[in-house]
Design a protein around this ligand. Sequence first.
Ligand code: NAD
Length: 386
Amino acid sequence: MKVSVPKEVRADERRVALAPDTVRRLVASGFAVAVEADAGLEAGFPDADFTAAGAAVRRHREALLAEADLVACVNRPEPSDIAGLRRGAAVVGFLRPLDEAESLRPFLAGGITAFAMELVPRSTRAQAMDALSSMATIAGYKAVLVAAVRLPKMFPLLMTAAGTVPPARVVVVGAGVAGLMAIATARRLGADVEAYDVRQAAGEEVRSLGARFLDVDLGGIETQDAGGYALELSPEALKRGRERIAERVKDADLVVTTAQVPGRRAPLMLDEGAVRGMKAGAVVVDLAAPTGGNTAFTRPGENTVVDGVSILAPLNLAATVPLHASQLYARNVAAFLKLLAGEGGALTVNLSDDVVAGACAVHDGRPVNPRVAALLAPASPDGASR
Ligand code: NAD
């Protein structure tokens, strides 16, 4: 299988889909890898590292794409790049299949198979391919560092001859993958941390990191689905969580919000009153910005200041740690590629494999993943889209 890795074109992107250590392993297992010149430069991987790992380095993007059986990318390629692929080729990357389903049309039109890393089932078997978790880990870590630089304070408790400096107070809302990493990072810096999540199961993990878990009485309702994800809550249950958070953030120095519900707009966790009730100089980092944000003042991609409280809403924090982000992402992609290598190593789309079928947004001119199919279905006669 010929795997091509183009240079990412998004302005805020510094990652590359395959890193040299992964290329070496793929080449050893029979893949032929070609990389566009300078594709890894911003992640800290010069072309020579790819050559040493056994990849070909190509100057001409069109030729690189035209020869590919499979294109490995971080972000969805532009329609002009997709048009340059041969019919039957495949693309693997973060393709935004649920929030930008219409952008999959060029794959349908060109007979290109689209595999979205966001759709890889989060099962035990697919754990090595869980790129969402890899990137959430990095975002959780970087969120705390970005805030630490912005805060007018230090994090640790210090006892000095000039007096005692109390530790920074951090509240983390949503203790999933990103939230747990934010807790661990803030704890390592010496902060006093508390966290909230609707999933009771998160409580144990929060405590094991040396943070306190905020218990909220939600009346014993179901808050988690079979896959371990949060369910959308009733307005009343959401309100109870919000009230407790509003009370706890009053004297927080940093609030990291990560609350998301798959396929839905992010829930409002800090309303106007909660933000206005915070201390001037405090910082909120809203990692739910890509799905609309957790605060009343979040403007995705921007920094907003309300009564002296900074609300940072980064959209692509993982790309700001490009070396490790690329290495982890590449390993996730490589684990997935192994499922696509059929007899003699040729690209084989085996839709009877649940991981391959789950991740497959479109194949052979048709949507495959049922959620994608529902989004791309023609509008029903009454005008409503099914
Ligand atoms: P996510 O990004 O969808 O959500 C982040 C967090 O927000 C979650 O912990 C969620 O419970 C929480 N949340 C949602 N609504 C909330 C609300 N109203 N109030 C407070 N918190 C709210 O989730 P994620 O971090 O990607 O994963 C969450 C969980 O999924 C994990 O902790 C784990 O249990 C499971 N998971 C399983 C696998 C696997 O099996 N391979 C991989 C990743 C995650």
